[in-house]
Design a protein around this ligand. Structure first.
Ligand code: WTA
Length: 662
């Protein structure tokens, strides 16, 4: 029998489904009722200074701070500082401070790619400490100093977490590049942050495939002459090329260093890491996060949002190459002293039961994944879930994109057996941690709604002119004030930071997302309002895709839009105009798909390429994206106003071609 019934309670308007927390869940929850949540939230926004002063106690400071918050959102003078006099170290908080009480407690359960050939490994906090100290000493021995940027291009192996924490320990900001990115994407990121030290692996493994990481790195480094050292972690033992004098083996270095390394005292506002993310224009931007506020915010959200309790086994399926992995695999949970699954595998290997097998194997209590994974597994059929037990699960979470109610219900009923609240967490690389979510013991869930703001977060819905909307409404999501986990700048480009996030709606942080707020004050994220796509929960800028396509020597022009995709959420649809003397062909189409894959990475592979002699443009030459988006989605009837087009005939041609494709 389901513990929690689907009910529509009188407290909620409309006829939607509402899933209130069960009494048994509430009885043990940190925040156990809507009243309690509302009271805490109100206090957090009425007096943010006292709220965030109190919450900063959860981490260890070497030197105390005096000022809680010092923030200006003035569009041409944005400055964000939290806890500015404080001195601390993120690695100390994630590792060292736990040694007295939990040296023998498992920090990570490393679950390797193939369960049939490799055993899971338990890594205790004491072992984590030793590995991180040694890693930090390897960095130091090879010349890395406080303030140097270190690029990490590793698969989901424990060394990835050691590397990040080692950087934090010595005060060298890390820049993790997702191992699915191409050599070009890697070199762009290395060059942008001027990093001279790269950490990679011989190869990564994913299901039955290997990923040639060292080979990719070698290729990337042809464009990065300033990289002096490449530290290589051995994962597969596969053959790789070796550059003497530049490349060094991690396992060989290990035997040359000792297991003690002091934590560098860092100012609260010293950079902790840079993480590149796609924007609506130009190349990916280096989102910079600093130390103090980020540690407070990630650990606090981890505790409250997942209703994390001492002893829980937590599993976030993300890759450390994304912000979710930074905040909810490495920093937040470790700062809270959690035990976590660290998963190298994929959801469908060896079969579609894998995630649930791992839940059973390690008695996972809190499980956090992306809607795209849920949709993909849902399509495989219920039997893969039903043959597993999953009774250890208590809280389920999603992140990265809107979840459709059908997938939500499947997750709730099949995976959670109708007894686990689902936290649909909305946030961004820029926000550092979770911003809008139902707290599981307090806020009744509505399938598809990110629901309510976390403590200290003040969402404001505005229209395009910036007017604040009241009550139930729809518009653009902005955030009225700062929070400790907020990004501080775009690395080396503060102007881009100001222009991207603070110029549209002066005095507010612009999220780039659209949203609806219902009568109950629940937020429903409707997706990006800018030219950023969200493909399987990964952000990809249309500008990046377009510049990759036009780099091909037979392409004259390209315009890329998203279209609704059953599994990925959004798919990639590219309109391509070829050079005059080039004929469209299936071979060329395949070649272009491959070309984008190689230049950005497999996640950026276009689903459709439509060859077209021209694109609909305004008289001033601007591509009318609204129209090509509708055509890509197959919505031909409602194209809106086409009167501003330079050549309205183009639209008919595009529609005819599109119809011919499907
Ligand atoms: C989208 C991932 C709806 C949104 C942590 C945002 C979501 C972008 C949700 C950030 C959610 C994230 N519901 N949409 N629960 N979570 N998004 O930077 O469009 O990779 O702006 O950070 O993902 O993606 P990012």
């Amino acid at each position: 029998m389901a513990e929690q019934d689907t009910k529509v309670t009188a407290a909620y308007s409309g006829n939607e489904e509402v899933y209130p927390p069960s009494d048994s869940f509430r009885s043990k929850a940190h925040v156990a009722s809507m009243e309690e949540y509302e009271e805490m939230w109100q206090r957090s926004v009425d007096d943010p200074e006292s709220f965030w002063r109190e919450k900063a106690d959860r981490i260890d400071w070497f030197e105390p701070f005096e000022t809680v918050k010092n923030v200006s959102y003035e569009p041409r003078n944005v400055s964000i500082k939290w806890y500015e006099e404080g001195v601390l170290n993120a690695c100390y908080n994630a590792v060292d401070r736990h040694l007295d009480e939990r040296a023998d407690q498992t920090a990570f359960i490393y679950e390797p790619n193939d369960p049939n050939t490799e055993e899971a490994q338990h890594i205790t906090y004491a072992e984590l400490h030793e590995n991180v100290c040694k890693f930090a000493n390897i960095l130091k021995k090879n010349g890395v100093k406080k303030g140097d940027r270190v690029t990490i291009y590793l698969p989901m192996i424990p060394a990835a977490a050691y590397a990040m924490l080692a950087c934090a320990r010595i005060g060298a900001p890390h820049s993790v590049v997702f191992a699915g990115f191409s050599p070009d994407s890697l070199s762009d990121r290395i060059l942008d942050c001027e990093s001279t030290f790269l950490i990679t692996a011989d190869e990564g493994v994913r299901a039955t495939k290997t990923v040639p990481l060292k080979e990719n790195a070698d290729q990337a480094l042809e464009k990065c002459p300033d990289v002096e050292t490449v530290l290589v972690v051995q994962r597969t033992g596969g053959d790789i090329d070796w550059t003497e004098g530049r490349d060094i083996w991690y396992h060989e270095e290990l035997s040359t260093v000792d297991a003690e390394c002091e934590c560098e005292p860092m100012n609260a506002e010293d950079p902790l890491f840079i993480l590149y993310t796609s924007g609506s224009t130009g190349k990916p931007k280096g989102v910079l996060h600093t130390t103090g506020g980020y540690c407070v915010f990630t650990s606090l959200t981890h505790e409250y949002v997942f209703d994390y309790h001492e002893g829980d086994v937590f599993w976030c399926t993300a890759d450390v190459g994304w912000i979710t992995g930074h905040s909810y695999i490495v920093y937040g949970p470790l700062i809270n002293g959690a035990t976590q699954v660290f998963f190298e595998g994929t959801p469908t290997y060896p079969d579609a039961s894998r995630l649930w097998d791992v839940v059973d194997k390690h008695d996972v209590n809190i499980f956090y994944t992306a809607p795209t994974a849920i949709r993909a597994l849902m399509r495989q059929g219920d039997e893969y879930v039903e043959k597993t037990d999953r009774s250890s699960l208590r809280v389920l979470g999603t992140v990265g994109e809107p979840i459709n109610p059908e997938a939500w219900r499947w997750y709730y009923n099949k995976v959670g057996n109708g007894k686990c609240p689902i936290v649909d967490t909305w946030w961004q690389t820029e926000t550092g941690g979770i911003m809008i979510t139902p707290l599981p013991g307090a806020v009744a869930q509505k399938p598809g709604a990110a629901s309510k703001p976390f403590f200290g977060i003040q969402p404001e819905v505005v229209d395009n002119a910036g007017n604040i909307q009241e009550g139930a409404c729809e518009g653009v999501l902005t955030i009225a004030d700062s929070w400790p986990g907020q990004m501080r700048t775009v690395y080396k480009n503060h102007e881009r930071f100001q222009n991207t996030y603070f110029s549209q709606f002066p005095g507010k942080y612009f999220t780039g997302d659209g949203c609806r707020r219902d009568e109950d004050g629940y937020y429903w994220i409707t997706g990006r309002v800018d030219d950023v796509l969200n493909v399987s929960g990964h952000r990809i800028g249309t500008a990046e895709l377009e510049s990759a396509l036009v780099a091909h020597d037979q392409v004259a022009e390209a315009a890329v839009v998203g279209f609704p995709h059953e599994v990925k959420g959004q798919g990639i649809y590219a309109y391509v105009t070829l050079l005059k003397d080039v004929d469209p062909s299936e071979e060329l189409r395949d070649e272009l798909v491959q070309y984008v894959r190689e230049h950005i990475g497999p996640i950026a592979k276009p689903d459709f390429i439509q060859f077209t002699p021209s694109l609909p443009k305004t008289r001033s030459g601007k591509i009318m994206r609204r129209i090509i988006r509708k055509i890509a989605a197959g919505e031909f009837d409602d194209l809106g106003d086409t009167s501003t087009l330079a050549d309205p005939g183009v639209v008919e041609e595009l529609i005819d071609e599109r119809k011919g494709m499907s």
